[in-house]
Design a protein around this ligand. Structure first.
Ligand SMILES: [Zn+2]
Ligand SMILES: [Zn+2]
Length: 250
């Protein structure tokens, strides 16, 4: 009798095991293919997709010279001159620190009906892994007093050491790529482009309240909503996200 039960018992165990290994991959696209456009984020330490969200990890350190690196750093820049808006550069007291950003952005961005306001802190990620910040220096405080502290490439660190761009990331638009290039993504998954489109300057009058428009780009031949950086407020994004934002841990 027992000799007959034993093989059945084995079969039950095997069945349980195969079911078990099935539950570890309940999400059938746990390692979904990352679309090529996200691979342009060359500063990321990893880029993965679960099919719903693209997860981008970055240490947030600029890959270019900055006055805010420690003087012992090879990228330290003793910059003297004019910065954004033609102001003379005045260094702030902060120093760049390494971070551990995890950006989770929608893989299939869609317009949202409520256009969530952008938070202070990171609102997106640029191609070199440095975060984008919004148009405010603090809660509803304009950037006016802060722009003098933008370094040679128009970024600066917060008191937390978080290096960031509120305006055009000049290293990307003038050294690595062009003024018409893809520069990164906001947390809602929509891409951010430089101040020009096909070599023609885009000003605020060509953009909606969220600072974007729908057009064909080199990366999106079927057209997509995208933001443009401009030289005037709100610089990258205005009046909240066009789509529903993902998350960032910083
Ligand atoms: Zn800032
Ligand atoms: Zn455009």
């Amino acid at each position: 009798m027992l000799r007959n039960v034993f093989p059945i018992f084995i079969l039950v165990i095997l069945g349980a095991c195969s079911k078990d290994s099935g539950t570890t991959t309940t999400n059938p696209v746990a390692n979904a293919t990352v679309p090529d456009v996200y691979k342009k984020i060359y500063g990321a330490s990893s880029i993965t997709s679960d099919g719903t969200y693209i997860t981008i990890k970055s240490n947030g350190l600029p890959d270019h010279k900055s006055s805010y690196y420690a003087t012992t750093n090879a990228l330290y820049d003793n910059f003297v001159g004019t910065t954004f808006g033609g102001y003379n550069f005045v260094k702030n007291p902060n120093t760049i620190a390494e971070k551990a950003y995890v950006f989770k952005i929608p893989a299939d961005p869609k317009v949202s009906s409520n256009h969530t306001a952008t938070p202070l802190g990171a609102i997106g990620v640029s191609l070199n892994g440095v975060p984008f910040f919004n148009q405010y220096a603090g809660p509803n405080q304009p950037l006016t007093g802060e722009v003098v502290s933008f370094d040679r490439y128009w970024g600066h660190p917060a008191p937390t050491g978080q290096y960031h761009y509120h305006v055009e990331p000049l290293y990307l638009t003038t050294v690595k790529m062009t003024k018409s290039s893809l520069l990164g993504f906001l947390l809602d998954g929509f891409p951010v482009y430089g101040p020009e489109e096909n070599g023609v300057l885009v000003d605020n009058t060509k953009l909606d309240a969220y600072h974007g428009h729908i057009a064909i780009t080199a990366d999106y031949p079927n057209g997509i909503y995208h933001y443009h950086v401009t030289s005037t407020d709100p610089y990258i994004n205005g009046s909240g996200f066009y789509g529903s934002p993902g998350t960032v841990s910083q």
